[in-house]
Design a protein around this ligand. Structure first.
Ligand SMILES: Nc1ncnc2c1ncn2[C@@H]1O[C@H](COP(=O)(O)OP(=O)(O)O)[C@@H](O)[C@H]1O
Ligand SMILES: [Mg+2]
Length: 344
């Protein structure tokens, strides 16, 4: 092992719409950074005030002069400049010796993104200080992170439910055989809860409160015991702060639309799957990753809708970054799954 290996800076990045995670080569069993994909800037000067956790705390609370931006909100790079600022901040925090040796970066991208968007990701990473950038499709990284046999001819199906997108993919022989990517994920669930409360109770709540409700009492299938929680918002009619109690039955009703859309996409993906691979999936089941996999009762619901074995991945929020880490540790073994970045 040479000197340059000792100061290895190579990193794997899961650039998610909700959270960005970074893996540093050589540090197995550890995630170097895990923070929300949010950047707070000063509007007039465009100066970055905070990135990550600190910036997320500002969402919905910022005075006019400060804006908390989620540059990837809808599954694409909506704001190129801000994405670059996010990446360079995170890279700076993880890679300590980047002046000695610029890092090589394996970075996951949604499988539905266009060539232009791929270029934007690659350029961002390069401008943020990468020596070489390798792109990998998110469901592929998730499958590798979960430990699915991606080199095998036998098919594996992964559903990744993130903040801005849900991706369903069938993988075999180092490639994605078929996939469906929809721009509906955890964000739409939060949004659906906000709309529900506004429509039925004239109650205005913020994005973060909606997310808390979803995480605490949200479900995709009736639980053994229904739950309820007290929430705070603003009464639209009286214009004053108000407290009310909401039950898991109501939240499930609010979530039905985005959940139906995800299930419909899973059905479509199954319909598109070649029969030999369908047979594999019937045996092996479907693995669910991403933060959305943590929604209560999602496994039961998917099982009921598809009649297939459903496996919620262990630690679903970190599967993708662990996958990029596996790739980084053995680039030869995984060379076929990479989309080598090209300047053309
Ligand atoms: N316990 C939970 N129940 C339901 N949704 C959850 C839970 N924990 C996290 N989430 C949701 O998961 C999403 C983030 O998942 P993640 O995989 O990090 O997304 P991305 O890859 O797009 O960054 C958010 O919408 C978040 O609200
Ligand atoms: Mg993700």
């Amino acid at each position: 092992m040479g000197f340059l290996d000792l100061i290895s800076n190579d990193i794997g990045i899961d650039l998610g719409t909700a959270n960005t995670l970074v893996y540093l080569r050589g540090q197995k069993d550890k995630i170097a950074l895990n923070e929300p994909s949010v950047v707070a800037i000063e509007v007039s000067t465009k100066k970055v005030l905070a990135v990550g956790t600190k910036a997320k705390e500002m969402v919905g609370r910022t005075p006019g002069e400060i804006m908390a931006i989620r540059p990837l909100k809808d599954g694409v790079i909506a704001d190129f400049e801000i994405t670059e600022k996010l990446l360079s901040n995170f890279i700076r925090r993880v890679v300590k010796h980047r002046y000695l040796m610029k890092p090589r970066i394996v970075i996951s991208v949604p499988s539905g993104i266009t060539e232009v968007e791929k270029r934007a990701v690659r350029d961002s990473a390069e401008n943020a200080g990468a020596r070489e950038v390798f792109l990998i499709q998110e469901p592929m990284a998730a499958a590798i992170g979960v430990g699915l046999p991606v080199h095998d001819p036998s098919g594996s199906m992964v559903i990744d439910i993130g903040g801005g997108t849900s991706e369903i993919a069938v993988i075999a022989l180092d490639g994605i055989v078929n996939n469906i990517s929809i721009r509906i994920g955890g964000d739409e669930m939060d949004e659906a809860i906000m709309v529900y409360l506004k429509k039925n109770y004239n109650l205005l709540i913020g994005e973060r409160t909606a997310e808390e409700i979803k995480i605490q009492i949200g479900s995709a299938y009736p639980p053994e015991e229904e739950e309820s929680m007290e929430i705070k918002g603003r009464d639209l009619v009286a214009g004053i702060p108000k407290t009310m109690k909401i039950s898991s039955v109501q939240v499930r009703e609010a979530l039905s639309e985005p959940l139906d859309a995800i299930i419909e996409a899973v059905r479509q993906a199954l319909e598109q799957t070649p029969p030999e691979l369908s047979a594999d999936i019937l045996d092996k089941g479907i693995v669910v990753t991403g933060g959305g996999a943590l929604l209560k009762g999602l496994d039961k619901r998917l099982r009921e809708e598809t009649n297939l074995p459903i496996i919620i991945a262990e630690d679903p929020l970190t599967c993708v970054v662990r996958g990029t880490g596996e790739v980084l540790e053995d680039m030869n073994q995984f060379s076929k799954v990479l989309i080598k970045s090209r300047r053309d």
